[in-house]
Write a protein that binds this ligand. Structure first.
Ligand code: GLU
Length: 309
Protein backbone atom coordinates (compact mmCIF):
# COMPACT_ATOMS: atom_id res chain seq x y z
CA UNK A 1 0.00 0.00 0.00
CA UNK A 2 2.80 2.42 0.94
CA UNK A 3 4.53 1.88 -2.40
CA UNK A 4 1.27 2.35 -4.35
CA UNK A 5 0.69 5.64 -2.55
CA UNK A 6 4.20 6.88 -3.33
CA UNK A 7 3.83 5.86 -6.96
CA UNK A 8 0.43 7.57 -7.13
CA UNK A 9 2.04 10.73 -5.78
CA UNK A 10 4.70 10.71 -8.47
CA UNK A 11 2.18 9.94 -11.21
CA UNK A 12 -0.13 12.77 -10.12
CA UNK A 13 2.76 15.19 -9.71
CA UNK A 14 3.48 14.99 -13.42
CA UNK A 15 0.04 16.54 -14.12
CA UNK A 16 0.15 19.39 -11.59
CA UNK A 17 1.20 21.96 -14.20
CA UNK A 18 -2.23 21.51 -15.83
CA UNK A 19 -4.03 22.96 -12.79
CA UNK A 20 -4.64 26.48 -11.50
CA UNK A 21 -5.79 27.53 -8.04
CA UNK A 22 -9.28 29.00 -7.72
CA UNK A 23 -9.21 32.79 -7.76
CA UNK A 24 -12.91 33.67 -7.70
CA UNK A 25 -12.69 33.36 -3.91
CA UNK A 26 -9.69 35.64 -3.27
CA UNK A 27 -8.45 33.72 -0.21
CA UNK A 28 -8.22 30.49 -2.21
CA UNK A 29 -5.81 32.15 -4.63
CA UNK A 30 -3.21 31.89 -1.85
CA UNK A 31 -3.09 28.08 -2.21
CA UNK A 32 0.24 26.51 -3.16
CA UNK A 33 -0.30 24.52 -6.40
CA UNK A 34 2.77 22.35 -5.77
CA UNK A 35 1.16 20.75 -2.73
CA UNK A 36 -0.05 17.19 -3.15
CA UNK A 37 -1.04 14.59 -0.59
CA UNK A 38 -3.37 11.72 0.17
CA UNK A 39 -4.59 9.47 2.97
CA UNK A 40 -6.32 6.11 3.17
CA UNK A 41 -8.34 4.87 6.13
CA UNK A 42 -8.81 1.13 5.65
CA UNK A 43 -11.64 -0.95 7.08
CA UNK A 44 -9.20 -2.84 9.33
CA UNK A 45 -8.22 0.47 10.95
CA UNK A 46 -4.88 0.78 9.15
CA UNK A 47 -3.99 4.28 8.06
CA UNK A 48 -1.73 5.18 5.13
CA UNK A 49 -0.58 8.69 4.28
CA UNK A 50 1.66 10.36 1.76
CA UNK A 51 2.95 13.81 0.77
CA UNK A 52 1.11 16.85 2.12
CA UNK A 53 -1.57 14.73 3.76
CA UNK A 54 -1.51 16.92 6.85
CA UNK A 55 -1.96 20.25 5.07
CA UNK A 56 -5.25 21.91 5.99
CA UNK A 57 -7.49 23.28 3.26
CA UNK A 58 -11.11 24.35 3.16
CA UNK A 59 -13.61 21.57 2.64
CA UNK A 60 -15.63 23.62 0.10
CA UNK A 61 -18.11 21.50 -1.86
CA UNK A 62 -17.24 18.31 0.00
CA UNK A 63 -19.28 19.94 2.78
CA UNK A 64 -22.35 19.48 0.57
CA UNK A 65 -22.42 15.78 1.51
CA UNK A 66 -22.44 16.65 5.22
CA UNK A 67 -25.04 19.38 4.70
CA UNK A 68 -27.25 16.78 3.05
CA UNK A 69 -26.75 14.33 5.92
CA UNK A 70 -27.63 17.01 8.46
CA UNK A 71 -30.66 18.24 6.53
CA UNK A 72 -32.01 14.69 6.16
CA UNK A 73 -31.46 14.07 9.87
CA UNK A 74 -33.07 17.33 10.97
CA UNK A 75 -35.76 17.98 8.38
CA UNK A 76 -36.38 14.53 6.86
CA UNK A 77 -36.61 13.10 3.37
CA UNK A 78 -39.87 14.74 2.28
CA UNK A 79 -38.92 18.26 3.26
CA UNK A 80 -35.41 18.11 1.76
CA UNK A 81 -36.46 16.60 -1.54
CA UNK A 82 -39.33 19.06 -1.87
CA UNK A 83 -36.62 21.73 -2.13
CA UNK A 84 -34.00 19.96 -4.24
CA UNK A 85 -33.92 17.17 -6.84
CA UNK A 86 -31.56 14.22 -7.41
CA UNK A 87 -30.61 14.51 -11.08
CA UNK A 88 -27.18 15.43 -12.48
CA UNK A 89 -27.03 18.76 -14.30
CA UNK A 90 -24.12 18.55 -16.73
CA UNK A 91 -23.62 22.23 -15.91
CA UNK A 92 -20.87 23.90 -13.88
CA UNK A 93 -21.22 23.80 -10.09
CA UNK A 94 -22.11 27.48 -9.84
CA UNK A 95 -24.52 27.59 -12.76
CA UNK A 96 -27.72 29.54 -12.30
CA UNK A 97 -29.36 28.82 -15.63
CA UNK A 98 -31.41 25.73 -14.69
CA UNK A 99 -33.26 27.57 -11.96
CA UNK A 100 -34.97 29.50 -14.74
CA UNK A 101 -35.04 27.11 -17.67
CA UNK A 102 -35.56 23.62 -16.16
CA UNK A 103 -37.44 24.07 -12.89
CA UNK A 104 -37.17 26.45 -9.97
CA UNK A 105 -36.06 23.54 -7.74
CA UNK A 106 -32.29 23.04 -8.05
CA UNK A 107 -31.48 19.73 -9.70
CA UNK A 108 -29.38 18.19 -6.93
CA UNK A 109 -27.78 18.94 -3.52
CA UNK A 110 -24.19 18.71 -4.84
CA UNK A 111 -24.29 21.96 -6.82
CA UNK A 112 -24.23 25.38 -5.18
CA UNK A 113 -27.92 26.21 -5.63
CA UNK A 114 -28.94 22.79 -4.32
CA UNK A 115 -26.63 23.03 -1.33
CA UNK A 116 -27.95 26.46 -0.39
CA UNK A 117 -31.51 25.11 -0.49
CA UNK A 118 -30.42 22.04 1.49
CA UNK A 119 -28.62 24.22 4.06
CA UNK A 120 -31.81 26.24 4.55
CA UNK A 121 -33.53 23.01 5.68
CA UNK A 122 -31.05 22.79 8.60
CA UNK A 123 -32.02 26.15 10.14
CA UNK A 124 -35.30 25.72 12.04
CA UNK A 125 -34.40 28.10 14.88
CA UNK A 126 -31.28 26.18 15.91
CA UNK A 127 -27.58 27.04 15.63
CA UNK A 128 -27.23 25.09 12.41
CA UNK A 129 -23.54 25.78 11.93
CA UNK A 130 -22.72 24.38 15.40
CA UNK A 131 -24.68 21.27 14.51
CA UNK A 132 -22.80 21.02 11.22
CA UNK A 133 -19.42 21.44 12.90
CA UNK A 134 -20.29 18.87 15.55
CA UNK A 135 -21.29 16.35 12.89
CA UNK A 136 -18.20 17.09 10.77
CA UNK A 137 -15.92 16.57 13.77
CA UNK A 138 -17.57 13.23 14.55
CA UNK A 139 -17.41 12.01 10.96
CA UNK A 140 -13.77 13.03 10.61
CA UNK A 141 -12.79 11.94 14.12
CA UNK A 142 -11.06 15.20 15.02
CA UNK A 143 -12.47 17.59 17.60
CA UNK A 144 -10.17 20.47 16.60
CA UNK A 145 -11.74 20.92 13.15
CA UNK A 146 -12.79 24.57 12.89
CA UNK A 147 -13.85 27.43 10.66
CA UNK A 148 -11.29 29.23 8.49
CA UNK A 149 -12.43 32.81 9.22
CA UNK A 150 -10.45 34.36 6.36
CA UNK A 151 -11.92 32.09 3.72
CA UNK A 152 -15.40 32.51 5.19
CA UNK A 153 -15.15 36.31 4.99
CA UNK A 154 -13.68 36.12 1.51
CA UNK A 155 -16.52 33.87 0.30
CA UNK A 156 -19.15 36.04 1.86
CA UNK A 157 -17.73 39.12 0.20
CA UNK A 158 -17.16 37.56 -3.22
CA UNK A 159 -20.18 35.23 -3.37
CA UNK A 160 -22.41 37.26 -5.66
CA UNK A 161 -23.37 34.36 -7.92
CA UNK A 162 -24.41 32.32 -4.90
CA UNK A 163 -26.30 35.37 -3.61
CA UNK A 164 -28.15 35.67 -6.93
CA UNK A 165 -29.18 32.02 -6.80
CA UNK A 166 -30.35 32.29 -3.22
CA UNK A 167 -32.54 35.32 -3.91
CA UNK A 168 -33.98 33.66 -7.00
CA UNK A 169 -34.83 30.59 -4.92
CA UNK A 170 -36.29 32.71 -2.14
CA UNK A 171 -38.58 34.37 -4.67
CA UNK A 172 -39.78 30.88 -5.66
CA UNK A 173 -40.39 29.94 -2.00
CA UNK A 174 -37.69 27.29 -2.10
CA UNK A 175 -35.77 28.39 0.98
CA UNK A 176 -36.75 27.54 4.51
CA UNK A 177 -35.30 30.84 5.75
CA UNK A 178 -34.15 34.24 4.58
CA UNK A 179 -31.68 34.12 1.65
CA UNK A 180 -28.92 35.90 3.58
CA UNK A 181 -29.21 33.47 6.49
CA UNK A 182 -29.05 30.45 4.18
CA UNK A 183 -26.03 31.97 2.42
CA UNK A 184 -24.22 32.74 5.64
CA UNK A 185 -24.67 29.13 6.77
CA UNK A 186 -23.59 27.82 3.35
CA UNK A 187 -20.44 29.99 3.27
CA UNK A 188 -19.48 28.80 6.76
CA UNK A 189 -20.05 25.17 5.84
CA UNK A 190 -17.74 25.56 2.82
CA UNK A 191 -15.04 27.28 4.90
CA UNK A 192 -14.25 24.58 7.43
CA UNK A 193 -10.60 23.49 7.48
CA UNK A 194 -9.82 19.79 7.03
CA UNK A 195 -6.92 17.60 5.90
CA UNK A 196 -6.85 14.40 3.84
CA UNK A 197 -6.77 12.22 6.94
CA UNK A 198 -10.02 13.79 8.18
CA UNK A 199 -11.69 13.17 4.85
CA UNK A 200 -10.36 9.62 4.50
CA UNK A 201 -11.91 8.80 7.86
CA UNK A 202 -15.20 10.37 6.81
CA UNK A 203 -15.02 8.31 3.60
CA UNK A 204 -14.62 5.20 5.76
CA UNK A 205 -17.71 6.10 7.80
CA UNK A 206 -19.68 6.21 4.53
CA UNK A 207 -18.00 3.00 3.30
CA UNK A 208 -19.03 1.29 6.54
CA UNK A 209 -22.69 2.25 6.13
CA UNK A 210 -22.55 5.09 8.65
CA UNK A 211 -20.67 3.37 11.49
CA UNK A 212 -17.80 5.01 13.36
CA UNK A 213 -14.82 2.85 12.32
CA UNK A 214 -13.36 2.96 15.84
CA UNK A 215 -16.33 2.66 18.16
CA UNK A 216 -18.89 1.01 15.88
CA UNK A 217 -21.41 3.68 16.83
CA UNK A 218 -23.98 4.41 14.12
CA UNK A 219 -23.15 8.05 13.26
CA UNK A 220 -25.41 8.26 10.22
CA UNK A 221 -28.49 6.17 9.48
CA UNK A 222 -28.03 3.65 6.64
CA UNK A 223 -30.78 5.12 4.42
CA UNK A 224 -29.07 8.51 4.52
CA UNK A 225 -25.65 7.03 3.73
CA UNK A 226 -27.14 5.31 0.71
CA UNK A 227 -28.62 8.55 -0.63
CA UNK A 228 -25.38 10.47 -0.10
CA UNK A 229 -23.19 7.84 -1.78
CA UNK A 230 -25.60 7.57 -4.70
CA UNK A 231 -25.43 11.32 -5.27
CA UNK A 232 -21.64 11.18 -4.97
CA UNK A 233 -21.61 8.68 -7.86
CA UNK A 234 -23.93 10.68 -10.11
CA UNK A 235 -23.10 14.29 -9.15
CA UNK A 236 -19.97 14.29 -6.96
CA UNK A 237 -17.50 15.80 -9.44
CA UNK A 238 -19.63 18.54 -10.96
CA UNK A 239 -19.93 18.19 -14.73
CA UNK A 240 -17.03 15.70 -14.76
CA UNK A 241 -18.97 13.10 -12.75
CA UNK A 242 -19.32 10.82 -15.79
CA UNK A 243 -15.62 10.97 -16.65
CA UNK A 244 -14.67 10.32 -13.01
CA UNK A 245 -17.10 7.39 -12.80
CA UNK A 246 -15.55 5.86 -15.92
CA UNK A 247 -11.89 6.46 -15.08
CA UNK A 248 -11.91 6.11 -11.29
CA UNK A 249 -15.20 4.48 -10.33
CA UNK A 250 -15.31 5.45 -6.67
CA UNK A 251 -18.22 7.38 -5.08
CA UNK A 252 -16.54 10.72 -4.38
CA UNK A 253 -17.04 14.42 -3.81
CA UNK A 254 -14.67 17.20 -4.78
CA UNK A 255 -14.28 20.80 -3.64
CA UNK A 256 -12.60 23.90 -5.07
CA UNK A 257 -10.25 23.94 -2.07
CA UNK A 258 -8.44 21.09 -3.88
CA UNK A 259 -9.77 18.07 -2.01
CA UNK A 260 -11.54 14.94 -3.21
CA UNK A 261 -13.05 12.52 -0.70
CA UNK A 262 -13.86 8.97 -1.83
CA UNK A 263 -15.61 6.02 -0.27
CA UNK A 264 -14.87 2.47 -1.40
CA UNK A 265 -17.71 0.25 -0.26
CA UNK A 266 -16.77 -1.72 2.90
CA UNK A 267 -13.06 -1.32 2.08
CA UNK A 268 -11.74 2.17 2.73
CA UNK A 269 -12.07 5.90 2.81
CA UNK A 270 -9.59 7.67 0.59
CA UNK A 271 -8.87 11.36 0.18
CA UNK A 272 -6.44 13.36 -1.93
CA UNK A 273 -5.55 17.03 -2.07
CA UNK A 274 -3.81 19.50 -4.35
CA UNK A 275 -4.98 23.10 -4.84
CA UNK A 276 -4.59 23.33 -8.63
CA UNK A 277 -7.95 22.83 -10.37
CA UNK A 278 -8.96 21.89 -13.92
CA UNK A 279 -11.46 23.89 -15.95
CA UNK A 280 -14.38 22.15 -14.24
CA UNK A 281 -13.18 22.96 -10.73
CA UNK A 282 -11.76 19.54 -9.81
CA UNK A 283 -8.28 19.15 -8.34
CA UNK A 284 -5.92 17.89 -11.05
CA UNK A 285 -3.55 16.27 -8.57
CA UNK A 286 -6.27 14.65 -6.46
CA UNK A 287 -8.12 13.34 -9.53
CA UNK A 288 -4.94 11.68 -10.85
CA UNK A 289 -3.98 10.23 -7.48
CA UNK A 290 -7.38 8.61 -7.16
CA UNK A 291 -7.21 7.41 -10.74
CA UNK A 292 -3.85 5.74 -10.07
CA UNK A 293 -4.98 4.18 -6.80
CA UNK A 294 -8.21 2.93 -8.33
CA UNK A 295 -6.33 1.16 -11.12
CA UNK A 296 -3.58 -0.30 -8.99
CA UNK A 297 -5.67 -1.33 -6.01
CA UNK A 298 -8.67 -2.45 -8.07
CA UNK A 299 -11.07 0.04 -6.47
CA UNK A 300 -13.37 0.74 -9.43
CA UNK A 301 -16.91 -0.44 -8.71
CA UNK A 302 -16.58 -2.66 -11.77
CA UNK A 303 -13.05 -3.70 -10.95
CA UNK A 304 -13.34 -7.16 -12.48
CA UNK A 305 -13.18 -5.90 -16.04
CA UNK A 306 -10.25 -4.69 -18.08
CA UNK A 307 -9.36 -1.02 -17.89
CA UNK A 308 -8.38 0.85 -21.04
CA UNK A 309 -8.28 4.39 -19.73
N1 GLU B 1 -17.80 27.75 -1.66
C1 GLU B 1 -17.68 27.44 -3.05
C2 GLU B 1 -18.70 28.21 -3.85
O1 GLU B 1 -19.74 28.44 -3.38
C3 GLU B 1 -17.86 25.97 -3.21
C4 GLU B 1 -17.65 25.53 -4.61
C5 GLU B 1 -17.09 24.17 -4.75
O2 GLU B 1 -16.26 23.70 -3.99
O3 GLU B 1 -17.49 23.55 -5.72
O4 GLU B 1 -18.48 28.63 -4.96
Amino acid sequence: MESHLSAALEYARSFLHEGAVATYIPELAKGDPTQLGAAIYAADGEIYRVGDWQQEFTIQSISKTITLILALQLAGYRKVFSKVGVEPTGDPFNSIVRLETTAPRPLNPMINAGAIATASCCMGGRDAFSEFLKLTRRLCGRSSISLNEEVYRSEKQAGMRNRSMAYLMQSDNLLECDAEDALDLYFRMCSVNVNTMDLARYGMVLAGNGKDPETGEQLVEGWIVRIVKTLMVTCGLYDASGEFAMKVGIPAKSGVGGGIMGSVERKMGVAAFSPGLDAKGNSVGAFHMLEYLSHHLGLHYFAGSECRV
